[in-house]
Design a protein around this ligand. Structure first.
Ligand code: DX5
Ligand code: ZN
Length: 223
């Protein structure tokens, strides 16, 4: 199943409740929440208290993308804040398996992310232990950057392996995705589509999401 996950990073931070309502009414099923610590990435966004406040206002699937160093320190806080999925970066810690264990012990879905510079081989040993692989299609840290099509080969490799090994694995893509390039991502094997500026800057977000879903569903993975 394909899901569109608007990234709150592109929302009006003075009107978060209204922003979430807007994308919910527009047909989003996931809400992508980018947590940045100014250390793993050179930007600071928001943390658990903001997510916790929004949790009281929304039933969307909260897809928390941690761009923080040593994420194991904060798994409990983001669980309590109301995350449904916690994704952390392979590059952000020494022992990814320990982080996966912490997330799974709380009965949440676990996502593992790789930045554009990380070879796909590095994520492969973990595919059977996670529920979602996040392939970044921009260098993490900022919204509004240009999509890097060369990252899609990693999506293809992961989807082929997931099929071969009969893994129930979501593949998320994140960064620079719009109505024009979304088809490339699903054809490569992605099924969770993050989109920040495209959706939040749209004057007609309902139409934007419908167009994205249409293009995505018309272009499934073909092997
Ligand atoms: C980048 C974030 C993305 C970002 C996507 O570090 O992980 O989720 O908000 O925004 P757009 O769609 O504008 O590239
Ligand atoms: Zn993100």
């Amino acid at each position: 199943m394909i899901h569109i996950a608007p990234s709150l990073l592109a929302a009006d931070f003075a009107n978060l409740e209204e922003s979430v309502k807007r994308v919910t009414d527009a047909g989003a099923t996931y809400l992508h929440l980018d947590v940045m610590d100014g250390l793993f990435v050179p930007n600071i966004s928001f943390g658990a208290p903001v997510i916790s406040a929004l949790r009281k206002k929304s039933n969307l699937c909260f897809d928390v993308h941690l761009m923080i160093q040593d994420p194991i320190r904060y798994i409990d806080a983001f669980t309590k804040a109301g995350a449904d999925i916690i994704t952390f970066h392979l590059e952000s810690c020494k022992d990814p398996r320990a982080v996966i264990r912490e997330i799974r012990a709380r009965d949440l879905k676990c996502g593992l992310a790789i930045s554009p510079a990380t070879p796909v081989e590095e994520i492969l040993p973990y595919l059977s232990e996670i529920q979602m692989a996040l392939v970044m299609t921009v260098v993490p840290g900022f919204g509004g950057q240009a999509f890097m099509p060369e990252c899609l080969e990693k999506v293809r490799v992961i989807r082929r392996i997931a099929k071969r090994d009969k893994l129930k694995l979501d593949i998320e893509v994140d960064g620079g995705i719009n109505e024009e390039n979304v088809a490339l991502t699903t054809a490569a094997g992605a099924n969770i589509i993050v989109s920040g500026s495209t959706i939040f800057r749209s004057k007609r977000p309902k139409l934007t999401i419908a167009n994205m879903l249409k293009a995505a569903n018309a272009n499934p993975f073909r092997g």
